[in-house]
Each structure stands twice: as C-alpha cells, then as structure tokens.
Design a protein around this ligand. Structure first.
Ligand code: DLL
Length: 447
C-alpha cells in the first residue's frame, strides 16, 4: 500500500491538483521573491495567466547559476524567522548552493520520504541504518525524517566509518540501509576483508541514490549483499531525496512525486518541452514548497518519463533511471559519453569489479579516454594460483588472459559507445573507494 492516497490518483484528479498548486506557487514567488517578479515581468507573464498545469510552459526557467547569483538568501520566499533549516550542496567550484525549509517544508519532506521508504517496503518493523552523510548534504537528514515517519528504528550512523557500519549491521540487526551505491559496494568489500559471514547480516533492502548508477551495478549490489537495491532520486534545490523512488514490487522506473514536484522533460539545447517517452533534461517545479519554491528548475539530469500505471498500483509518472548529468557528459572526439554507459559496458565482463575511474587527456588535438578498472578478486586469485605453480606456460597463459580481457573491454566500448579507449586493468583494491558520492572522471583536458 502506498503511503498517501495522492500516489494513486487518476490523471484527471492529479492534473486538477497540479493546476491549483501551480497557480498558488506562482502567486507566492511573484509576490515574495524579487528575482521571480523580474523574471515573470521579462517574460510578460503574470500569475493570473497561469490557469492550468499546461500553462507552465509560459513560465521562465530557473538555473543553478540563478541560485549562485542570489547567494545566499536571495531566493527565499519566507523571512528568516520562519526558516527552520538551511542545507547546501557543495559545488565543485565556488560557493555552495543554499536551500531553505520552513516547518511545512520539513513536514512535506518527511512525508515524501515516507513514500520512498514505503515504496522500498520499509515499515515500522524495520531497523534502518542511515549511512548517508548528515550535515549540509540533504541525504542524511532527509532519509532520517522519512524513516522515522514510517516508524522504523533509525540508526543515524552517517557516512564513512566502514568497519563500524559492519559491526552495527551485525549487532543491531539492520534490515534496511541507506547509502550511495558506491559506498554499499565498499561496505561489501570490507565485509569480505573482515571475513564476516553474510548470514550474520539481516539486511533485506537498500535505498541507494545521490549518484548515477546502472542496472548492471544494481545486479552486482543485489547479488553480493543479497538484498533488493532500490534507486532513489532527488536534489537539494527541490527538496533533497524524496523527489522519486522505485517500488520494490516492480523496480521499473522511479515514481516521481508529481503532485508536489511537477516534472517536464526538455530538449536541453532549445528548452522545448518533449513528450512522454523521449529522453531529455528533467525540469522540476516544486509547487508545494514554501520557503524556497523553484519554478521550472533545470536539474541537468538526463532521463525520460513514463505515465503508465505501475503494477504496484501507483499512478505517479515514472522516471527512468538517470543516465547522468548533462554537464558530466564527456565529449570524446565528438562522441557523447556518459560515465554510466562506460559502467554498464565494463560490468558485462565478469572478470572485472565495479570499481573504475575514467581519465581523459588531450594529446595534441586529440582527446584520449583511459578507463582504469579493477579485475575481480576471483579472477586475480585464479591467476595467482596458476602463476604460483611456477609453470612458465601457465604464466604466459595468464598474461594472455589479461590481454584478452583488456581487448574485449576495449572492443565492447568501441562497439557499444562508439569511442576508442585505452583500458588499464588494475589489481583489486587499487582504485580509491568512496564513502559518499563516487568520483568517476578525471578530466585533464585544458578548460
Ligand atoms: O544527492 C539528494 C539525494 C540524497 C538523493 C540521497 C538520493 C539519495 P544533491 O547533493 O543536491 O542531492 O545532488 C543532486 O545528484 O541532480 C543527480 O545528478 C544526482 N542524483 C541524485 N540521486 C540520483 C540517482 C542529493 N538516484 C544530484 N541516480 C542530482 C542518479 C542521482 N543521479
């Protein structure tokens, strides 16, 4: 059963609710946020022109740069007296992006996160180990309040501290874990290193997000940790986690809380709205937010929307797993490459582990992509055993096996993504692990 009735409304009912909420939020920002008054005026649109949800295309977009230009408090629609929480996301350059919540926003956040936990099958019978970082990052507190709202017992361990994570998994009997997918894999590595028997761990589900990951990565996480891995999505500017989430019944697209966060897919070049099914940039209007609602916020995330009713009974539109951020897309000799595409090609080979980093260099005028990937511990062990037999022939065969693997991956990348790449096979545990969002790309090209 979904958490709220609004998750299963008919399209008509939903559209009515969205229209009312859109009108309200337009009035709010026009009256309270000078930035929006100016933007609306420039487009010659008044809140009264917004009569239903389709009118949304008359409204201006908001970009990340607008948040930076109005740093820190310029986009608040409430006086500081009514702001009860401030979060920020660290930009890679310059000042962080600041976001604010009043009491109603915090309540809304707990509620949409309760939907997320319910989607993942988490109830008051569960023990939730929350390994998202607490702090300015929205993952920790966002998941915390949502898990509490469904009545689960929350362990606020935060990110990092891998050995302690494992100790608590065993001793506290955690049945659900929240973390980035890359941290989940790291926890698994350490479980193996510590020779912990997986039977002593009761985990059954993980709520993973905050970074792009692939179906192949999901399979790895599910098989290794013997759990269901649920994809959850969100961004600080809109609310944090709680924008959309997969359901455990189908694991087929993320139910987007479109009664509060109106989604559009646009062509990132032209800004034109695209129909259901087509891939483009996700744009969200946070219609129910009060302290800092955003109009048509360009998330930079590439996905598509599917309006079909899900077998779990929810009618909310489903977004496909995010392929990546438009600004993380690498252009290698004219070919667009998302790190997630490389991930899914790598994980087709059983001999490699899901730990990789992509390096891009420029030699002369040419871009070169080098994919560093770890071979799996099993593959390494098999090779070591043979080589240790001191049989020279076995040694040569192993070398051949490595060359074959490298060539196979290079060929797959070329065939599937369309770029030439150099693959460097690394020994297990040689690529830095992440306890938060993984860094997948080192781009050494001159800016
Ligand atoms: O990452 C909020 C969050 C916390 C989501 C915990 C899920 C779980 P930010 O730090 O502002 O907020 O980063 C937002 O992360 O625009 C996406 O590019 C990326 N992202 C978040 N979830 C996913 C996901 C949090 N499930 C940015 N798949 C977003 C792919 C994701 N990318």
């Amino acid at each position: 059963m979904p958490w709220n009735a609004e998750e299963s409304l008919s399209r008509q009912e939903l559209s009515k609710l969205q229209s009312e909420r859109l009108q309200k939020v337009c009035e709010r920002v026009y009256a309270r946020v000078p930035f929006y008054k100016k933007k609306f005026d420039e487009k010659n649109v008044k809140p009264a022109d917004i009569k239903n949800i389709q009118d949304i295309t008359k409204l201006p977009f908001t970009k990340k740069a607008d948040l930076r230009d109005n740093y820190p408090y310029g986009l608040f629609a409430e006086p500081l007296e009514d702001i009860v929480r401030i979060h920020a996301s660290s930009g890679t350059t310059g000042k962080p992006t600041v976001v604010a919540y009043n009491r109603n926003d915090i309540n809304l956040w707990a509620d949409v996160m309760a939907r997320t936990f319910t989607c993942a099958g988490v109830t008051n019978k569960d023990v939730v180990q929350n390994a998202y970082g607490y702090g300015l990052f929205t993952g920790g507190l966002g998941a915390h309040y949502g898990a509490e709202r469904v009545g689960a017992s929350v362990i606020p361990i935060s990110g990092g501290n891998t050995q302690k994570q494992i100790l608590l998994l065993q001793d506290f009997g955690s049945t659900a874990i929240c973390s980035t997918p890359s941290f989940a894999l790291y926890i698994y590595d350490v479980i193996c290193e510590m020779k912990v028997n997986l039977d002593t761990i009761k985990l059954k589900v993980g709520l993973f997000g905050a970074e792009p990951w692939t179906e192949e990565m999901r399979r790895e996480v599910q098989e290794r940790l013997r759990i269901k891995a649920i994809d959850i999505y969100g961004l600080s500017e809109i609310i944090g986690p709680g924008v959309s989430s997969e359901c455990i019944e189908a694991q087929d697209g993320l139910h987007l809380n479109e009664d509060h966060f109106y989604p559009e897919i646009i062509n990132p070049e032209t800004g034109e709205q695209l129909p259901y099914g087509q891939e483009g940039e996700l744009v969200i209007t946070s219609m129910s937010r009060e302290a800092m609602p955003l109009i048509r916020y360009r998330t930079g995330d590439i996905t598509s929307l599917n309006p079909e009713k899900c077998k779990c009974g929810r009618t909310l539109v489903r977004m496909r797993r995010v392929r990546g951020r438009a600004d993380d897309m690498l252009i290698i000799r004219g070919v667009n490459v998302f790190p997630s595409q490389v991930e899914s090609v790598l994980l087709r080979s059983e001999e490699v582990a899901p730990h990789y980093i992509i390096e891009v260099n420029r030699r002369g005028r040419m871009d070169e992509m080098n994919v560093n990937v770890e071979v799996s511990p099993k593959f390494m062990d098999e090779m070591a055993t043979k080589v240790l037999s001191t049989d020279l022939k076995a040694f040569a065969q192993e070398e051949e096996a490595l060359i074959r693997l490298k060539q196979e991956i290079q060929k797959n990348v070329k065939d599937i993504i369309g770029v030439n790449t150099e693959v460097t096979l690394r020994p297990p545990n040689s690529i830095q692990r992440s306890e938060g969002k993984a860094k997948r790309v080192i781009d050494n090209r001159p800016k």
